[in-house]
Design a protein around this ligand. Structure first.
Ligand code: KG4
Ligand code: ZN
Length: 339
């Protein structure tokens, strides 16, 4: 079954064609980073306009790369939330138009269900059940994945998401937007022990939730006291800041994996592209004897192949959206209650 995936929840316009939720036939992403960079963050109105301009060329490019037309497509999967409503609507309307015109089944995909499905596009995906650390620009959660479409959330951030901590930190350091990848790059040559940053909520008694807003404040205080450094000192500051985020994510994941007796752990969402996090989680897995699965960096950040993969499983389960499918800004990942 060939599924067309469409993604437009934030600042990437993406279309992909995926066979059976596993084999990527085409995967095209048009990033709007250049549009939003001058403003230091995503401007919703500009995002919507850029999606309008990009969506048809991106779709055409995906079909051209796959080497066939819409007549070979068996279903349409589109991100319907959460995200920026005006941005989401462009993908949703496009998906509905194609489904209606070609008489194809349509399904609305939760953006985070898409992130969780990205690892199934890799040659060696994790078995069920497994633990997932979902770290993106808007979300930070630890979830037990029982099956496709069946997850239990065990912990989540109480304030900023991990990606927000990266982006806000980068903004404070004048590194531009989006800042996660910039901090990653600078951290590679820095000393992670140069500046002591807090590791919030890491005591066992703190439970499975995360908090990153204090870290951002600590960086603000550091910058107020010492200014923004350059050269090696900037690399050291980035490495120290990144290490604080990574250590909290890894410590909590280890503890939950042990407690839940889950020996397979996947990382997903844009922050899973971070080299420090990938290496630290792999080291933790080797020490604690759990297997670590991470999508390729390009499939950690937003893309439509992951939406097509999640959509495939939803279609197989018999889920269908009507032409009244809408876009929703905030919607929890459909979960089973824990316990
Ligand atoms: O999943 P994603 O593309 O969009 C959302 O669903 O939010 O995640 C974007 C987030 C941004 O905060 C970005 O700075 C962060 O992922 N990110 C990174 C890296 N690449 C992207 N953070 C740290 N290191 C990276 N290499
Ligand atoms: Zn995302």
């Amino acid at each position: 079954m060939i599924v067309l995936g469409l993604e437009s929840s934030c600042d990437e316009t993406a279309a992909a064609l995926v066979a059976d939720g596993r084999e990527v036939l085409a995967d095209v992403v048009a990033s709007q980073h250049d549009v939003h960079r001058p403003y230091g963050g995503v401007v919703p109105e500009l995002a919507s306009r850029a999606h309008v301009v990009n969506v048809v060329p991106v779709l055409r490019e995906a079909l051209a790369r796959a080497g066939f037309g819409l007549e070979r497509v068996d279903g349409v999967a589109v991100t319907s939330g959460p995200g920026l409503v005006g941005a989401l609507l462009i993908g949703v309307q496009t998906g509905k138009a194609i489904a209606w015109a070609r008489g194809l089944p349509l399904v609305g995909v939760h953006h985070l269900a898409g992130h969780l499905a990205a690892v199934y596009l890799e040659p060696d995906p994790p078995p069920m059940p497994h633990l997932a650390l979902l770290v993106s620009g808007g979300h930070t959660s630890l979830v037990r994945v029982e099956d496709h479409g069946s997850v239990v959330e065990l912990g989540r951030t109480r304030d900023d998401a991990a990606g927000e901590a990266f982006d806000k930190g980068a903004k404070l350091l004048g590194l531009g937007y989006p800042g996660g990848a910039m901090i990653d790059r600078l951290a590679a040559t820095g000393d992670p022990d140069a500046v002591p940053f807090p590791r919030a909520m890491t005591a066992a008694s703190a439970g499975d939730d995360f908090s990153f807003s204090g870290l951002k404040t600590a960086l603000l205080h550091h910058v107020r006291a010492h200014g923004v450094p350059d050269g090696q000192a900037l690399a050291d500051l980035c490495a120290s800041y990144q290490a604080a985020i990574v250590e909290v994510l890894v410590r909590k994941t280890r503890r939950v994996a042990r407690r839940e007796r889950l020996s397979h752990v996947q990382l997903c969402g844009g922050v899973a592209a971070n080299r420090g996090l990938r290496a630290a989680m792999r080291a933790a897995g080797a020490a604690d004897d759990f297997a670590v699965y991470v999508p390729s960096p390009a499939r950690c950040t937003d893309n439509a192949a992951m939406i097509a993969a999640a959509g495939y499983h939803a279609l197989v389960r018999g889920e269908r959206a009507g032409l009244d499918l809408g876009a929703v800004a905030t919607v929890p990942l459909p979960t089973r209650s824990a316990g």
